[in-house]
Design a protein around this ligand. Structure first.
Ligand code: B1M
Length: 214
């Protein structure tokens, strides 16, 4: 049953069993489950529960790391499937994406990058803990239409504002749309810092990016 399999994926993410996560993810694909369904109903709930346990002091950093390893290994399997399922469209725009300075959370940012790429955007992923200068330099170098700024911590979300300020200073603000996201981010924060768009998840990011480029 797909429900049972998704529940087992969730459990094995929480239980810190990366090899089982990958084996079950492969099984789910073979059963015909859609990659986004496996991500949203199997893997992400596992990460959320691991995060909640961490907040309650039941889990420590090594638990989060091993849970993340399970999800990342499963994503290695799912990413080519995600890309293959989308229609190849000629490039609809260029995106520079990264997680802001001081923040090393990678999985959500990478998923957003993969979905943008699968939907025809040319994506330059700068990785995590990206300095303000690196964002600016890459935007100049690539002539990107959109910059995607991910932040997972309340202490690093201010980095999104700092990138916007640096873009204004560099005279690039009118040339590039700013898309922000990450667990602590919401529309009112995006409005407050003068971002052009906010998305709650990876599919939402694709939709907003498409809207931003008209
Ligand atoms: Co961290 N961590 N973590 N962590 N971690 C959170 C974010 C936390 C909520 C856990 C908790 O306490 N409940 C908490 C933040 C609290 C806060 O600030 N309010 C937290 C903390 C406190 C920390 C540390 C400070 C812990 C410590 O050291 N004491 C530390 C900080 C390190 C740093 O960055 N400097 C830390 C470290 C880590 C690990 C390294 C162990 C690991 C990351 C490993 C890795 O990425 N390679 C980790 C993990 C795994 C998590 C949780 C459990 C899961 C994050 C994740 O990957 N989710 C997380 C709790 C949680 O989120 N439930 C937590 C799955 C992923 C698909 O979702 O990243 O939300 P997400 O991305 C979504 C959306 O947010 C959105 O779309 C994505 C896909 O749908 N989105 C965008 C993301 N970016 C977007 C960009 C967009 C648009 C949408 O446009 C550009």
């Amino acid at each position: 049953m797909p429900e049972d399999l998704l529940a087992k994926i969730t459990e094995s993410v929480i239980g810190g069993e990366p090899e089982t996560v990958v084996a079950l993810t492969r099984q789910a694909l073979e059963m015909g489950l859609e990659p986004m369904e496996i991500i949203n109903r199997g893997l992400v709930p596992g990460m959320d529960i691991a995060g909640e346990k961490f907040s309650r002091g039941e889990f420590f950093l090594p638990h989060l790391l091993i849970a993340a390893k399970g999800m990342q290994n499963a994503m290695d399997l799912l990413e080519p499937e995600l890309v293959a399922r989308q229609q190849a469209i000629s490039s609809v725009g260029t995106v520079v994406i990264g997680t802001v300075q001081g923040d090393i959370h990678e999985i959500g940012k990478s998923l957003v990058g993969t979905m943008l790429s699968a939907n025809g955007f040319k994506v330059h992923d700068l990785g995590v803990d990206v300095s303000i200068e690196n964002f600016v330099v890459k935007i100049e170098e690539t002539g990107a239409n959109i910059v995607g700024l991910s932040a997972l911590l309340t202490t690093t979300m201010v980095g999104q504002r700092e990138v916007i300020e640096a873009l204004i200073e560099a005279g690039l603000r009118d040339l590039v749309k700013v898309l922000v996201g990450g667990a602590p981010i919401n529309q009112s924060w995006a409005d407050e810092i003068g971002a052009d768009g906010y998305a709650e998840d990876a599919m939402g990011a694709v939709q907003v990016a498409q809207e931003l480029l008209g």
